[in-house]
Design a protein around this ligand. Structure first.
Ligand code: GDP
Ligand code: MG
Length: 323
């Protein structure tokens, strides 16, 4: 039996960080496959994740929970045939709901040990009204309160209360019986997504899902929440300072920026990871593509257009990028 975990959680909360840190830490003796579905045309996350000694399949166009069930299931089957993993981790897009993916995995006869929702306790206020974010909490049975290093005890307690309330209100139920699907859930604090191994021990077995599949209502959240991405190219001759100052002036509706840039004053291509006002950078060794930044947020078209105008080293692609 192949085991699996689904990682859900809003944009930039720390899902990839958790995978990199905990998978390396706790599953070094297991054959792991990681499946990533994220906004972004380049496989920047998979470049990071391959360092974890695992096979990574990336599904990058669109949202697996909305329309890609067939592609997702085919991809999982392919990775099983090729790699024969013992455990599969699926990192879902920050804009998707976990439950359809759970059903797909079950369809394939894979045991789902947990749906882990990573939350960002520092930036929770900025995204808590987003309905997808609420369904992500409601649809999980393991909730990780991440980025605890960025808040004090009082703030942490306050956010924890809010998350518990959302969990209660949005807790996913069987449409037929009206009963909660998860009889219990656990909450764990984390920094850099690091949690103890017992979180993954599979003791939190999800209770039987009774003929849920066809009945589960899938809301059209992506159009409702209007989360979109815009790809922007970065010209040559740019310094680290240029990128850093660009990222320090973004409007708050741009939640996330990811990309890889080649800079004049940095030896290797630099992986850029911005979420809710904070940016981190990491040098990459094996990137041979264009310098690219992907802006992700709500109703960002006009903002990105004016950013490109203000920063002459940015350039819009000549074609429309797919969602
Ligand atoms: N300070 C702090 N930053 C974090 C923590 N976890 C993740 N980050 C940063 O948050 C950003 C988004 O993380 P990422 O794992 O890419 O988020 P994802 O979109 O959910 O996969 C990155 O810049 C991370 O370095 C944490 O616990 N504390
Ligand atoms: Mg990620």
């Amino acid at each position: 039996m192949i085991h699996s975990f689904v990682l859900t959680g809003f944009l930039g909360v720390g899902k990839t960080t958790m995978l990199t840190n905990t998978v390396k830490e706790h599953f070094s003796d297991k054959k792991i496959a990681i499946i990533v579905n994220e906004f972004g045309d380049v496989g920047v996350d998979s470049k990071i994740l391959t360092n974890v000694h695992s096979e990574v399949l990336e599904i990058s166009e669109g949202c697996i929970c909305c329309k890609l069930a067939v592609e997702f299931e085919a991809g999982v089957t392919e990775i099983i045939n090729k790699y024969n993993p013992e455990i599969i981790f699926v990192e879902t897009s920050g804009a998707s709901e976990p439950f359809p993916i759970f059903l797909s995995l079950q369809n394939l006869g894979i045991s789902v040990e947990g749906i882990i929702c990573v939350t960002d306790v520092k930036n929770f206020d900025s995204y808590k009204e987003n309905s997808t974010a609420k369904y992500q909490i409601g649809g999980s049975n393991i909730i990780i309160l991440n980025k605890t290093d960025l808040v004090n005890d009082e703030e942490l307690e306050h956010v924890t209360k809010e998350i518990k309330a959302i969990k209660k209100q949005y807790n996913i139920k069987n449409n037929l019986t009206g009963k909660a699907i998860f009889n219990h859930y656990i909450l764990k604090n984390a920094t850099q997504g690091i949690v103890s191994k017992d979180v993954f021990d599979g003791v939190y077995k999800i209770d039987e899902i009774v003929e849920m599949g066809e009945d589960s209502v899938h809301l059209d959240h992506t159009s409702r929440d209007a989360i979109t991405q815009k790809v922007v190219y970065v010209k040559e001759g740019v310094d680290f300072r240029d990128i850093d100052s660009l990222l320090s002036t973004l409007p708050t509706n741009i939640y996330r920026v990811k990309g890889v840039v080649l800079l004049q004053d940095v030896g290797n291509p630099l992986f850029v990871n911005y979420s809710f006002g904070d940016a981190t950078y990491e040098e990459l060794r094996d990137y041979n593509e264009k310098s690219i930044l992907i802006f992700i947020g709500e109703n960002i078209e006009e903002d990105v257009a004016s950013i490109v105008k203000n920063y002459p080293f940015l350039m819009l692609p000549m074609f429309r990028t797919k969602m």
